[in-house]
Design a binder for this molecule. Structure first.
Ligand SMILES: Nc1nc2c(ncn2[C@@H]2O[C@H](COP(=O)(O)OP(=O)(O)O)[C@@H](O)[C@H]2O)c(=O)[nH]1
Ligand SMILES: [Mg+2]
Ligand SMILES: [Zn+2]
Length: 273
């Protein structure tokens, strides 16, 4: 069934959800009671996945959009988002946009060691967008990334909808043209995509510092070769992860993010105890 064949009802959520502390999220499968053309959400199905940043349910792919330039990539934020996706069992894809102004090699080199799919695109020139659509095909994908990287421009290309876009400087100075609401859009070849508001910071929670390496796939696959069990891959001798970082098999940027995040998580724990 296509979205155009479906009925659309404006719904209210019953007060019971508020009492239970449950908020309906974008992407939820719900049961609806219709009266006089208006819907009432009576039940929310268990969620397959639930992302906090961006807030969305049942997403199975996170397309992390970074611009090769304007704005400069924020590697630490990208790495936090990748850990967040890993923790939630959501497949991440790295999408390098604006390849018309810079080839994006810096981002590519930072992530080629991860094994994640990397797609280079230019929304402006409509290059690589068909490949991006193919990668998403059949899935429910949320687009996330800094404001101004081109999420709405890319989604306009692949959905054929005309989404609101805005110049980077406009957003920074006046907060105009930003995506204020999130909506699922159906792809012609199957699958759904959603645009999300850009954000520039996030706090990583729900993971212990000692477990953090598990969410860096290029570290996790080498951890079994470390001398010590419980190695956190920072100062231990005969650490296979550190050796791989020194040999350039794990990028400097990824290893640095790991160390920064490890320190932050360690501090949170000590502060809470
Ligand atoms: N040069 C270039 N500019 C782009 C590209 N994609 C988007 N832009 C521009 O970047 C700005 C922000 O785009 P937008 O889609 O609103 O970004 P969003 O905040 O991530 O949704 C707009 O001025 C776009 O025209 C691209 O591939 N190349
Ligand atoms: Mg946008
Ligand atoms: Zn180690």
């Amino acid at each position: 069934m296509k979205a155009s064949d479906r009925c659309v009802y404006e719904c209210k959520a019953r007060g019971i959800f508020r009492k239970l502390g449950i908020t309906p999220m974008i992407g939820d499968f719900v049961e609806v009671e219709v009266k006089n053309g208006k819907g009432n959400i009576t039940a929310i199905q268990p969620r397959k996945t639930s992302l906090i940043r961006p807030a969305a349910a049942n997403v199975d792919m996170l397309v992390l959009v970074a611009a090769s330039k304007e704005p400069e990539p924020n590697f630490l934020l990208l790495d936090k988002m990748l850990v967040h996706a890993e923790m939630n069992g959501i497949e991440p894809v790295i999408c390098i946009n604006k390849t018309d102004i810079d080839d994006g090699k810096k981002i590519y080199d930072a992530y080629k060691c991860t094994g994640y799919e990397i797609v280079k695109v230019s929304a402006l020139r409509n290059e690589g967008t068909a490949e991006l659509e193919e990668v998403i095909c059949g899935r429910t994908a949320a687009f996330a990334g800094l404001s101004g990287v081109g999420k709405s421009s890319l989604l306009s290309r692949i959905t054929g909808n005309n989404l609101q876009t805005g110049a980077v400087s406009d957003k920074i100075h006046r907060g105009r043209h930003t995506t204020r609401h999130v909506e699922l859009m159906e792809l012609e070849g199957g699958g759904y995509v959603m645009d999300t508001p850009g954000f520039s910071s996030m706090e990583l929670t729900g993971v212990r510092a000692e477990e953090l390496w598990r969410y860096f796939p290029e570290m996790a696959k080498r951890a079994g070769e470390c001398r010590f069990r419980g190695c956190v891959h920072i100062n231990e001798p005969d650490c296979a992860v550190k050796a791989a970082a020194e040999a350039g098999e794990i990028s400097t940027s990824r290893y640095q993010s790991y160390r920064d995040l490890y320190d932050t998580l360690k501090d949170i724990k000590e502060w809470k105890n």
